[in-house]
Ligand binder design. Structure first.
Ligand code: FMN
Length: 190
């Protein structure tokens, strides 16, 4: 059981290229948010709200507000046929205290659930929030906390070990594989 869960955690990598021809059904997106509804929340205040974006015109509009539009740090921006087919916009509304930890718990739950269902995600914080709020006509008292790209994975990602001489924490090789390096257990124990 723990092995199955470990495999899910290992494979649930951020993907930045998707299969645009294979969109994630809206009911699957809603089932992801339905799970996020159940996760821990400080004082059970549950300040998070979600906009599920699956309409192709809206999906394209939100893409323009991501830093992918200007190119990935590890290579060119995804071509139209490699773009995410949906977004989940994690928002907060009148949070009684900073909602960041709630957001992280919800986001990783969505990521794991999406991967368990055969899809993939990427959390995006470097986004043009006013542009997304306008494109989606979000209410004025709603704060965009984090954007999640969702779709069928269109790239391979390989886990690596982060050592003192690893030049960058992630990189792409000529075979178009994205490598992501993680610190070793002995390096994170205090
Ligand atoms: C809060 C947060 C914000 C992020 N923002 C971006 C982003 O704007 N653009 C991007 O390409 N990746 C973004 N990422 C994804 C990270 O780059 C990614 O988690 C990291 O490279 C490690 O890869 P992994 O998720 O496969 O472990 C973000 C991740 C988190 C947790």
């Amino acid at each position: 059981m723990i092995d199955q869960f470990a495999d899910l955690v290992r494979k649930s990598r951020s993907r930045r290229r998707y299969v645009a021809a294979d969109p994630i059904p809206r009911e699957v997106l809603l089932s992801l948010v339905d799970l996020a509804r159940l996760v821990p929340s400080a004082m059970n205040a549950q300040p998070l709200r979600y906009r599920v974006v699956s309409d192709p015109a809206e999906v394209a509009e939100v893409f323009l507000a991501t830093n992918w539009a200007g190119g990935l740090r590890t290579g060119p921006a995804p071509a139209p046929e490699e773009r995410a087919t949906a977004w989940i916009v994690i928002c907060s509304q009148n949070p009684p205290f900073p909602p960041g930890i709630d957001v992280g718990i919800a986001a990783q739950t969505i990521n794991l659930a999406a991967n368990a269902a055969g899809y993939a995600t990427c959390m995006l914080g470097a986004i043009d929030r006013p542009r997304i709020a306008k494109a989606l006509n979000l209410p004025a008292d709603v704060n965009i906390e984090l954007l999640m790209a969702v779709g069928r994975a269109g790239e391979k990602v390989q886990l690596e070990e982060l050592s003192p001489d690893t030049p960058t924490p992630y990189w792409r090789t000529e075979d178009n594989v994205h490598h992501v390096a993680k610190r070793k257990l002995e390096d994170i124990l205090l």
